[in-house]
Design a protein around this ligand. Structure first.
Ligand code: FDA
Length: 970
């Protein structure tokens, strides 16, 4: 018999022996129980499942029974929609109109009993019985403390403290032969964990890890590093290795790390880890799992345009699990394999493989999750296999994410447990070898369709290196001179603009010539010369210049991002995001122009030809801000250019080098010189002159409200010789609010608001500067947000550890500090983080108790200053949010379907975001722009944007000649 046939025969025989175990009814699927009925119904009704799991997700955070009853109605509206199958639980209560207090209590108890099947207890004392039961049948265990997402240093420290208590409890309460182990997640040990800051994350995580490992070692308890999302995988492995290389931890009882078979990388990781273990002559353990974040990996990586790291078919994962089981067995001199699965086939394969390789039972172990497959666990114990049960412990709120994951897993179509315990799939089907029919490949976008540029993935070491190299090169090259670009000429002027690094104002990033009136006149002359021919160029060809410029930017992506870091103080991620957005505008507007250029034939009548098309407006001025120095400038300029106009571009005096790079990029791809000219200079002089010039047909501006309104006014004054009424497209400020209600996921709300309010030091027009909190979560929300904001690192953005960099200049710094003083007089400062540094740094400040009409709550500050207000209910919160004259962005954190609906209808903002941060709009996906005092014009990155740079023309031709008209098709 050949080897493959041989092992298959063995697998069948072993599976046959274990098969009776899976014919038992698992409590989770037992239809006599409420939980079993719910699970079964969920498996039949996808839409119900979504609502149910969302309801289960929000339930523990609801504080009153009234809220439970209200949410119940919202998630399961109307009698007909609530299936009879769950009567006795949700359906019964909602139908009977039972008093909220009773309904709330019963619902809570029901969900608690469901959670109890997968979560062993609320705290360590609570799990004694569960652990004793496991020990009785000889099972070892690994306890995992369920925790909320750790958003601050304080929470990370508390989490570490809970693990230290857990180790004491295990030591005192349980004998050592129980093979005790604890499992933890590295993301819970450091709130700012991010592979972008590789060294910092490694060092800070290890600080909290050391006391845990020290105690574990002293008490003879082994430890396991859980594996989380792919983004953290390499960093988790690095932390694991790095801490075990410390002399003190060389001799730990056992150190184990989980690796996921659904990842294409894992084979390589196992080989590297086993090689490393062999080198240090100390065995480690590897827990082989399939992976619990499959949906997340698919969704998030696709959204970012990153390669999807997981296999796309379950059978590929199963096959890889078998391959990796063999690999672990081969390397058992360096690794103790822990085969973690509930799948009959995967288990039988492992046993058969061990048998064929003559591996004794005690050289490896099986692991399973608490409450998932007890009959299989028992069957394996009876056959003498080592067994460990992963036993989660925790309160219901932090446990909910875990519970929902387990429920989803159990009810997913692909789940082995569903197939075996619920659907009673045949033995032949369950035991057959995984078959990969064909490699399931990624869905391809149609050729040429627009897709957003993928953000830089700084979890990849090559990208981190390229960024660090680019920063070094920029520093080395030092201060360079940049001329004006007028027609074909490079023009130097006596007046210069020095661009400084705001993190270190003595460092000059570049010196740029400053234009005055004569240069502006010269540029207008060039633009007039060019305009007549540029407007005649085929739109397809004009779009071609944008695509080439996008390609050129892609090639110098790290250099451009590094320049943003030093010229305007953006962090790596924000700088990279700005470059990506610039590329997006080029790609998107190029395609948009091609779409709009297609001849549109309007309603046809015989004898009459009706056409509709667009003509460029002529000459435009683009005045760009410093806060998105490449993307906004690129967006406005490229839209105007591709529409057939000539552009006089005035960058901000605070980011002139990046402005130069934009024009230089276009010139490097052959754009005719008069189409885009570079005219940095004082706004009050050259800006004002250009805006008022009679030859100018339109102005595209992004910046402050005051300047925007002045431009609107100046553009409205008609000069002699002016042939057009000037069009103004102006994007101005915001005083953006986020509403957080009692049903919000506070983990998400804190993280999202932190980023919205303090990302790029609050210097985004979309930034959140007001939070309106409803109900009695106010204190908890404020405390968590303050701790989280206090944990953010501030410093030069060249160092990827820093979340906040400097503000743009001294004037901004002074203005922000003045507002902080105003805030102290109008309300209460609950955080004012001080920073001492030579650069323009100011720490985050958070205020409460300021009246809604106060200056701090109504005026745009453009800095890391946040005001938190209270509202009694959603109506009041929406009223407060809409109070502002601005209407740019807004947000809501809520898990109430009714609240979401109401906010969609009544919150008046240009861009509304629900349960996510309110910054970071993507071209084509979240077209951006507001109304009210936030701007005039249609949204950038949206389908209407280019229309603003063109005049629509309708042509009607009479084709009837002497009674004869050419035949036309209907
Ligand atoms: P089953 O055979 O039903 O496999 C389900 C798995 O297949 C899914 O979880 C997924 O990985 C994969 N899958 C499903 N659909 C797929 C598709 N369309 N394409 C490709 N693959 C698909 N997980 C984790 O990420 N980190 C960890 O640290 C741990 N720790 C852990 C400890 C212990 C003791 C156990 C038993 C499990 C874990 N897990 C985990 C969870 C584990 O990754 C896995 O989700 C469950 O064990 C379910 O896998 P089974 O083999 O039991 O079931």
């Amino acid at each position: 018999m050949n080897k493959e046939v041989d092992i298959e025969v063995k697998i069948r025989r072993i599976g046959d022996e274990l098969f009776p175990a899976i014919r038992e009814v698992l409590p989770a699927f037992d239809r006599k129980r409420w939980t079993g009925r719910i699970m079964n119904w969920s498996m039949k009704q996808e839409e119900f499942k979504v609502r149910l799991f969302r309801f289960i997700d929000v339930l523990p955070s609801l504080r009153s029974d009234d809220q439970v009853a209200r949410l119940l109605q919202e998630y399961f509206p109307g009698e007909a929609d609530v299936p009879k199958v769950i009567s006795g639980g949700i359906g019964f209560l909602s139908r009977m109109g039972i008093a909220p207090a009773v309904a709330g209590l019963v619902i809570r108890k029901s969900i608690e009993s469901m959670a109890r099947q997968f979560i062993a207890g609320k705290d360590v004392n609570d799990v004694k019985n569960a652990l004793n039961a496991l020990r009785k049948d000889g099972s070892g265990f690994s306890i995992d403390l369920l925790g909320e997402a750790v958003v601050s240093d304080k929470e990370a420290l508390e989490y570490t403290g809970r693990y230290l208590e857990l180790l004491d409890f295990i030591h005192e309460g349980l004998p050592n032969e129980a093979g005790p182990d604890v499992s933890f997640k590295v993301s819970s040990l450091y709130s700012q964990l991010d592979p972008r800051d590789w060294d910092g994350s490694l060092a800070r995580t290890k600080e909290n890890l050391r006391p845990i490992l020290r105690k574990a070692k002293a008490l003879g308890i082994s430890v396991t590093f859980d594996m989380e999302q792919y983004y953290y995988k390499d960093l988790t492995i690095a932390i694991f290795k790095s801490i075990l290389e410390e002399e003190e931890f060389r001799e730990l009882p056992t150190a184990c790390i989980a690796l996921q078979a659904y990842l294409k990388d894992t084979e390589k990781d196992i080989s590297a880890l086993t090689g490393w273990a062999r080198e240090r002559s100390k065995k480690i353990a590897i827990r082989l799992v399939k992976g619990a974040y499959w949906d997340y990996e698919i969704v998030v990586n696709r959204q970012k345009g990153w390669p999807v790291p997981v296999f796309l078919s379950k059978e590929e994962t199963d096959l890889n699990f078998e391959r990796l089981t063999l690999l672990l067995f081969e390397h058992r001199d360096a690794v103790r394999p822990a085969i973690a699965t509930h799948n009959l086939r995967s288990i039988s394969h492992a046993i058969a493989a061990a048998d064929m390789l003559n591996i004794p039972k005690q050289d490896f172990e099986f692991q399973m999750l608490y409450g998932m497959a007890d009959p299989i666990r028992k069957a394996l114990r009876e056959r003498g296999f080592d067994m460990r049960t992963y036993t989660p412990v925790g309160e219901l709120i932090p446990g909910m994410a875990y519970l929902v994951r387990r429920l989803l897993e159990n009810t997913s179509n692909e789940s082995f447990l569903r197939k075996s315990f619920s659907e009673k799939t045949s033995f032949d089907e369950l035991i057959r070898a995984p078959r990969v029919h064909q490699n399931v490949s990624e869905e391809e976008m149609p050729d040429g369709a627009f897709r957003n540029e993928s953000p830089g993935d700084f979890s990849i070491s090559l990208n981190r290196r390229k960024m660090a190299d680019a920063l070094r090169t920029i520093k080395k090259n030092g201060n360079r001179e940049y001329p004006l670009l007028i027609g074909e000429r490079e023009v130097g002027t006596d007046r210069k603009i020095s661009s400084y690094n705001p993190a270190s104002p003595s460092d000059v990033v570049g010196t740029v010539s400053s234009a005055g009136i004569p240069e502006a006149d010269a540029a207008i002359h060039e633009a007039r010369k060019e305009a007549a021919s540029w407007r005649m160029i085929d739109p397809e060809m004009r779009a071609g210049y944008l695509f080439k410029a996008a390609e050129a930017m892609r090639k110098q992506r790290f250099e451009l991002a590094a320049l943003e870091v030093v010229e305007v103080g953006k962090t790596w991620t924000d700088a990279d995001g700005d470059v990506c957005e610039a590329i997006d505008y080029l790609e998107y507007y190029g395609r948009e122009m091609k779409r709009l250029a297609m001849p549109r034939v309007l309603r046809e009548y015989q004898g009459e030809n009706n056409e509709y098309h667009y003509q460029p407006k002529g000459i435009g001025v683009v005045i760009a801000p410093w806060n998105f120095p490449l993307s906004i400038a690129t967006g406005m300029a490229s839209a105007a250019i591709v529409a057939g106009n000539c552009v006089l571009f005035k960058p901000s005096g605070l980011s002139p080098v990046l402005g130069y790079k934009l024009v230089d990029t276009f010139r490097s791809v052959g754009l005719p010189a008069g189409v885009l000219q570079f005219l940095p200079g004082p706004g009050s002089e050259v800006g004002e002159y250009l805006v008022s010039h009679p030859a100018v047909d339109f102005i595209a501006f992004t910046g402050s409200k005051d300047v925007g309104l002045r431009i609107v006014q100046r553009a409205g004054e008609t000069k002699p010789g002016q042939r057009n009424v000037k069009k103004v497209i102006a994007e101005m400020g915001g005083k953006n609010a986020v509403i957080v209600d009692e049903t919000a996921d506070l983990d998400e709300a804190v993280k999202g608001i932190l980023e919205s309010a303090f990302g790029y030091q609050g210097q985004k027009c979309s930034a959140c500067s007001r939070v309106i909190v409803i109900g009695d979560i106010f204190d908890e929300f404020c405390n968590r947000l303050v701790d989280a904001a206090d944990s953010l690192q501030i410093g030069p953005p060249e160092d990827p550890a820093n979340f906040l960099g400097p503000v743009i200049d001294d004037a901004a710094l002074k203005k922000i500090k003045a507002y902080i003083e105003i805030g102290k007089s109008e309300g209460k400062a609950i955080l004012e983080k001080k920073v001492s540094s030579a650069g323009y740094f100011v720490g985050p400040a958070i205020f409460t108790d300021a009246p809604p009409q106060s200056r701090i709550a109504t005026e745009e500050i453009f800095g890391p200053v946040l005001t938190i207000m209270r509202a009694r209910n959603l109506d009041e919160a929406i009223g407060m949010a809409n109070e502002s004259f601005y209407a740019l962005t807004g947000g809501l954190y809520s898990r109430s379907p009714a609240a979401v609906q109401k906010v969609k209808e009544e919150f008046h903002v240009g861009n509304l975001y629900i349960n996510r941060k309110i910054t970071g709009a993507l071209v084509g996906r979240q077209p951006f722009g507001g109304f009210g005092m936030s701007g005039v014009g249609s949204k950038s990155g949206g389908p209407d944007y280019l229309l603003q740079f063109m005049n629509p023309v309708s042509i009607s031709e009479n084709t009837l000649r002497r009674g004869f008209a050419p035949f036309q098709k209907d």
